[in-house]
Ligand binder design. Structure first.
Ligand code: ZN
Length: 454
């Protein structure tokens, strides 16, 4: 996936909006190592939209290369970014050590893209800015954040560029969430702007109309009737909290009898604490009946240590284990799969997109045996796919989000999606709204004209 990064230049000042990592196949990941086309030391500020690595993952690298300006983000993004970047630094260290041990690298020795120190240096530059407050960066740029849904802390960046006494309003969507989603609020509709830069992850797709909680109820009841354990691989930030809330909801509504939920991921535990500490940021209260925090629910058990994690091996159903990583590409979920997949009473519930080549994808495609930690594991457990939890607006929802634009922008730049998705969304924006919509190439520059909306 393409990392998002936009460079604005006005009156000799430079500002970035997002600085994301390339993720996925190796040729893409190698791009993270390429030198930026600008001098990081000359950039005055970075405005981050949200904490996913494809939006913030290159920040520590820029700091390593001399960036010393301010990094702006919302307060929840500040808290989440620290745990995500430290985790990314840790994974890169492991990858580098693995390559060195196996002699699989041309670079001697293989190095991580950034380390913990780079992350800590980056976090010192962070200046939190709450939603809705106009912040002046310098004489060239000011901005405010608008709720984008999508994820706790996620925002669109509404930037005003000041140059030669004129101003130009440029709205960066960031990742736009869904309407009526689990936990996140509806995205604030796009405002009038001279230019819009919008994401297109689902630009050529429509999400199915399907009740997530009804599907989950069915899966839980079926698994528990067999005396099984439901195993849920989940991203530690966002998905894990949605799953806890949904299950809590089923119990609270009396649709299912209470059952233990084991959260086996230190990162998910940290992220859940952060979720609970921003009660106003969610669609629903995370402090349930009697002020009981979602995190400390009677049935929610948190496991930090490896020993606690291994102690779950002998546990009988009914019970749920939530663990990461979400695509089963590593982490504690693998050892739970090794234990639970060979037994037919259990269920593995996939809750998000599974990239080609991942273990999660193989299981969804019906593999009868899978390879985990160098051993063959027979798959007798049921494998199910929970649909409808995507954090991204689909094409129709992007148009709904754009319905807030009443005037006529000079252009809409459609970015951050596969080429097909971006082209499809651009075509719809042009057809249904009559706006000039373009899909820029990576690295392409545009001269923005000052406009009326600024
Ligand atoms: Zn995102």
């Amino acid at each position: 996936m393409t990392g998002s990064q936009y460079l604005l230049e006005a009156g000799g000042r430079l500002m970035l909006v997002d600085s994301g990592m390339f993720q996925g196949e190796k040729p893409l990941r190698l791009r993270n190592w390429s030198e930026p086309e600008f001098s990081p030391g000359k950039v005055d500020a970075i405005v981050l939209t949200h904490t996913h690595l494809d939006h913030i993952g290159r920040v520590p690298r820029l700091v390593q290369l001399g960036f010393r300006g301010s990094i702006f983000c919302t307060p929840p993004t500040q808290a989440l970014a620290e745990i995500l970047l430290l985790d990314a630094a840790h994974l890169q260290k492991e990858d580098a050590e693995y390559l060195n041990q196996k002699g699989l690298t041309k670079h001697q020795p293989a190095l991580p893209l950034f380390d913990e120190t780079d992350v800590q240096e980056a976090m010192k530059l962070v200046r939190p800015v709450p939603l809705g407050r106009v912040h002046s960066v310098n004489d060239a740029f000011s901005f405010s954040y608008r709720d984008a849904g999508h994820l706790l802390g996620a925002a669109s960046a509404d930037v005003v560029v000041h140059e030669n006494g004129r101003s130009t309003r440029v709205l960066f969507s960031g990742d736009v969430g869904r309407f009526d989603a689990v936990l996140t609020k509806d995205p604030e509709l796009a405002p009038d702007a001279d230019y819009l830069v919008i994401e297109s992850t689902y630009g050529n797709r429509t999400h199915p109309e399907i009740s997530v909680i009804d599907q989950l109820e069915g899966v839980l009841k079926k698994t528990f009737a067999r005396g099984g354990v439901l195993l849920i691989p989940a991203f530690a930030v966002g998905r894990a909290q949605q799953m806890i809330w949904l299950m809590d909801q089923l119990v609270t509504e009396g649709r299912i009898r209470a059952f233990p939920i084991h959260v086996d991921s230190p990162m998910a535990i940290d992220a859940t604490r952060i979720y609970a500490s921003y009660p106003e940021a969610h669609r629903v209260s995370l402090n349930g009946i009697g002020g009981r925090s979602l995190l400390h629910g009677k049935w929610v058990h948190l496991h930090r240590t490896r020993a606690e994690s291994q102690a779950l091996n002998d546990m009988k159903g009914p019970a749920v284990i939530i663990s990461s990583s979400g695509m089963l590409s590593g982490g504690r979920i693998l050892h739970h799969c090794r234990v639970r997949l060979p037994k037919q009473e259990n269920t593995l519930l996939i809750t998000g997109y599974q990239a080609v080549g991942t273990l999660g994808r193989a299981l969804l495609d019906g593999a009868s045996t899978v390879r985990i930690h160098k051993g063959q594991v027979p798959v007798l457990a049921e494998v199910r796919d929970l649909k409808g939890l995507s954090g991204h607006a689909d094409a129709g929802e992007m148009l709904r989000w754009l319905s807030g634009v009443k005037g006529r922008p000079q252009a809409v730049f459609v970015t951050h999606g596969e080429a097909d998705a971006a082209e499809a969304l651009a075509a719809r924006v042009a057809r249904e709204r009559g706006f000039l919509a373009r899909v820029p190439a990576l690295g392409q520059a545009f001269e923005l004209a000052p406009g009326a909306a600024g």
